[in-house]
Ligand binder design. Structure first.
Ligand code: ATR
Length: 273
């Protein structure tokens, strides 16, 4: 019988997950069906259980249900527990297993696809929302020289960094606390670009040869990427690679087969300019 999977979110019409997983399944000859479900606000657990009870094997979870999915899980990984949010569920023997592949997807895109190893580098993460929470442990595991989290509300960034102090060189605060010195990797994980706004960072945060990464994808040159470009940054990227890489992690977790990502990323990429 064909195994069933789905992505659940609200809204969900924009999702690229069925396309991505459909391409992975075709390329790896996996017999599966992958749909999209508009979850009901306030009824996430019921909707997820209903999918499982109808024979579903696993789900991707997107906004606004990542925290509820974490609460629903019987078991989750350390990185998911630290993020307090999950983006993938696996239904196995009556149990709900959960993981968060957003951070590792971002790490894989930066390191493997964009060729920017983070070990020994200075890394700046802008924002303190769910995207940053999911990225912290996977980022620290690459052993950057320093990981700085800067957020409009400084306390949120400081609170994220504090419990991770034992895991590596990490600190968090406001934009004014970023300090001197340039960064090799700068990731905009704020929602500022959705509103055409720019986090208040000086052009000097970009080191020579830096990578400027906008988590949002398919929006061309956002204000953040424009600032980076004007500062002379040549390595500009949006989050399409992260989207495909996190999907590949989930696919492998569910199916035990690692799909190739390059062709799928190329198919989904919208040129930045
Ligand atoms: P999610 O959890 O889905 O990532 P979120 O919790 O709403 O979303 O987080 C959005 C992030 O973008 C926050 O870090 C927010 O800063 P605050 O914590 O101070 O609210 C940040 N953000 C939103 N608009 C911004 C702007 N115009 N400039 C800088 N940061 C902004």
């Amino acid at each position: 019988m064909t195994d069933r999977y789905a992505v659940i979110g609200n809204p969900i019409s924009h999702t690229k997950s069925p396309l991505i997983h459909g391409l992975f399944a075709a390329a790896t000859h996996q017999d599966l069906e992958y749909g999209a479900i508009e979850g009901r606000i306030g009824a996430f657990a019921d909707d997820a259980r209903a999918f499982r009870d109808a024979g579903g094997r696993g789900m991707n979870v997107t906004a606004p249900f990542k925290i509820e999915a974490f609460e629903l899980a019987d078991e989750c990984t350390e990185r998911a527990r630290l993020a307090g949010a999950v983006n993938a569920l696996k239904f196995e023997g009556g149990r709900i297993l959960a993981d968060n592949f957003d951070g590792i997807g971002l790490v894989n895109d930066i390191q493997r696809n964009l060729g920017c190893a983070m070990a020994g580098k200075r890394v700046l993460l802008l924002g303190a929302g769910g995207a940053v929470r999911g990225a912290l442990l996977p980022f620290l595991m690459q052993r950057p020289a320093e990981l700085v989290i800067a957020n409009r509300t400084p306390d949120r960034a400081a609170a994220l960094a504090q419990p991770l102090a034992a895991q590596g060189a990490v600190r968090g605060g406001g934009y004014a606390d970023i300090g001197g010195g340039a960064f090799d990797v700068v990731v905009n994980a704020t929602s500022a670009s959705l509103k055409g706004e720019l986090p208040p960072i000086p052009p000097a945060v970009f080191a020579p040869g830096a990578l400027a990464y906008e988590l949002l994808y398919g929006k061309g040159l956002t204000p953040f990427l424009r600032l980076a470009q004007q500062a002379g940054v040549q390595r500009l990227a949006d989050g399409v690679g992260m989207l495909v890489e996190q999907a590949a992690e989930a696919f492998e977790w569910w199916r035990g087969v690692r799909p190739e990502t390059r062709a799928v990323i190329d198919r989904l990429t919208v040129p930045l300019a």
